[in-house]
Design a protein around this ligand. Structure first.
Ligand code: NAP
Length: 268
């Protein structure tokens, strides 16, 4: 049994705790820390998980998950370093922060695993990519995979690919929300009530996502199946290509990757 402490139970930290409970973990195996006592009390009454201070969290757990905002990391590591038990696995969900930063601030030899999750963790459908630091073992990576599997899917990538992951799946949900928003606007332009347009588009997105995940076919094959000769879909596709939507998406994701590199260097 791995006892888990979540440091910083905001959106992602709470989603992780809720996912672990839904996945069959007992509340006794979990603890969390929070800055505001009211937020801590509210979470404890909702989830049944105890709020503790950092020293107690470190003492009681085999895995410490850091889920504070990247800009709040320094005080957390300063507090954690003197109380961390040797061999405790530290898992960071902080976007852009390298494992080397944790290894430098924590006792020598501390195993660290870096995770890039995304917000669908809130509904148990996260896409997380994990990378080991210098001292994390394969067994520890497997433990992290198992933990994250209760809130979605997990892949392993070298840490050098985490900026690309951030640009694709970390920010990815925002691109889909943006597309859905634009498609609802199109429905309104065509005279549909907003609620009807939203229903049509959201269910279409959900159905398309399930087909993409459940089918072994390439997306091109799935798209061709709804693109009949001289039909409506090809008329739309021609406009998407004419407006450079494919190139815009590639450039947008490249820009997100570049921004992730800048943030990782501490540029704000
Ligand atoms: N949300 C996303 O889409 C997403 C995606 C990928 C990765 N992440 C990463 O996940 C991490 C958490 O993001 P989030 O969206 O969940 O942020 P969030 O909602 O702001 O949660 C962070 C929580 O940590 C608390 N906190 C800050 N310093 C603390 C301390 N010293 N001790 C105890 N608690 C402390 C914050 O309290 P206050 O309210 O007082 O600040 C807040 O409740 C970030 O590092 C982010 O990069 C987020």
């Amino acid at each position: 049994m791995t006892r888990i402490a979540v440091l910083g139970a905001g959106k992602i930290g709470e989603a992780l705790l809720a996912g672990l409970l839904a996945g069959g973990r007992s509340a006794d195996e979990l603890v969390f820390t929070e800055r505001h006592p009211e937020r801590a009390a509210e979470l404890t009454s909702r989830l049944g998980v105890e709020a503790v201070d950092v020293a107690t969290a470190a003492q009681r757990s085999d895995m410490v998950v850091v889920a504070v905002k990247p800009q709040d990391i320094t005080p957390v590591l300063t507090e954690l370093a003197p109380v961390l038990r040797p061999g405790t696995l530290v898992v960071t969900l902080c976007a852009g922060l390298p494992t080397a930063l944790f290894e430098g601030a924590l006792p020598a030899g501390t195993p660290v695993v870096r995770v890039m999750p995304n917000t669908p963790m809130l509904v148990g459908e996260a896409m997380s990519a994990i990378s080991p630091g210098t001292h994390a073992t394969d067994e520890q990576l497997t433990a992290v995979e198992k933990m994250l599997a209760s809130v979605g899917r997990v892949v392993r990538v070298p840490e050098s690919q985490q900026d690309a992951v951030t640009a694709l799946s970390g920010s990815g949900p925002a691109y889909f929300f943006f597309l859905v928003e634009a498609m609802i606007d199109a429905g309104i332009l065509l005279g549909l009530p907003r609620a009807v347009a939203a229903d049509l588009i959201v269910q279409s997105a959900f159905g398309a996502a399930r087909m993409l995940r459940e089918s072994t076919d390439h997306p091109v094959i799935l798209r061709e199946a709804v693109t009949s000769p001289a039909g409506t879909t090809i008329a739309a596709i021609r406009e998407l290509e004419r407006h450079g939507v494919r190139a815009a998406l590639i450039a947008a994701i490249e820009a997100a990757r570049d921004r992730s590199v800048e943030l990782g260097r501490g540029e704000r």
